[in-house]
Design a protein around this ligand. Sequence first.
Ligand code: ADP
Length: 394
Amino acid sequence: MSIETILVLNAGSSSIKFQLFKGEASVLSGQIDGLGAKAWIKAKTAEGDKIVDRAMTDDEAKNHNSALGVLLEALKAFDPNLEVDAIGHRVVHGGPNMSEPQLVTPEVLAEVEAISSMAPLHNPHNLAGVAGAGAAFEGKPQVLCFDTAFHRSQNFNNEAYALPLSYYKNGYRRYGMHGQSYLYISRELHNVAPEIADKKVVVAHLGNGASMTAIENGKCITTTMGFTALDGLAMGTRCGTIDPGILLYMMQEKDMSVDEVAHVLYKESGMLGLSEISQDMRELENSNDPKAKQALEYYDNRIKRELGGLVACMGGIDALIFTGGIGENSAKTRAGVCKGLEFLGIELDEAANDRRASEAITISASSSKVKVMAIPTNEEAMIAAQTREICEAL
Ligand code: ADP
């Protein structure tokens, strides 16, 4: 099947992000926000021309189906003759079995629905996007690309929690997240640094959500995120790894409800909680408040702590790659993480590091045993590429 135009959708609870690809080029991107309340749609071309930027009516904003009808109109306004050949979806959770993207069939949808309780904040909305796109683009193939798929190559030691074994069998596992970003970076390394592409690489995806993954030969050895998106690094508002006994203490001794605990862990913790200023890295870096400095140092230290574990599990490190909004743009974070890691063979070139990575940049010193780079990620391009691969094989 020949595939020219692919629509990539990332459907959340109240938003739908979209990007249109012609061949490998992204030609249009935008998003619908505020679904179910006061919704807004905007889209602009790759050149920055606005195609639509308006409030949606209550009828249009009723649900994902009605919203995708409006998106279809925006695509037509962009190009009246546009034919979408295939749709690629970001789906957060693929459960224990989905290690590859999947063409949408009734069986695949049933399996994703069955595991939806593991990602109640995400999967049901992703699936609503699939149903809506099915109605808006009748008869066109759809592909599901899972955030967890990349991490299915972990062995038992790295995937299991030390709970009774029956829990592992029942799906209590380290699933990991940001898989589309890790896959993109793994593939991109073959273009920008082929000498390390198949070696031992740690990738730090640092955005509002953040995780790190040890990758050897393009395959995940292990990752910092776990059963949910709370585990691992300290994030914008999420706490990352904490002693689970704290949760018991909050509920048993402090009478906090499950919802209250969840709110603290997901919304009030991380950089926002520690700094009491902001979750936004730029704001913290620009602040003179000692609490901002303390939070930033904490952030870097948590990355180091996880890096040590990942490197030990992988048995070494040949390259460290920073990506995501913070990894690509924050020279301070990269410098803070690499400081004191000379014993691991990591030496930064301060001048090379002192810039934003609008394209792949090498920031390690020429004497550094470990190559350190910052590479912009592109999860949507990865979803489009996989959608194309699957649909062209049909
Ligand atoms: P998301 O996980 O929502 O996709 P992003 O990958 O866009 O998030 O990352 C958002 C984070 O990147 C924010 O904390 C933001 O402050 C940070 N960031 C973006 N640009 C810069 C910059 N120039 N310097 C420092 N941090 C930056």
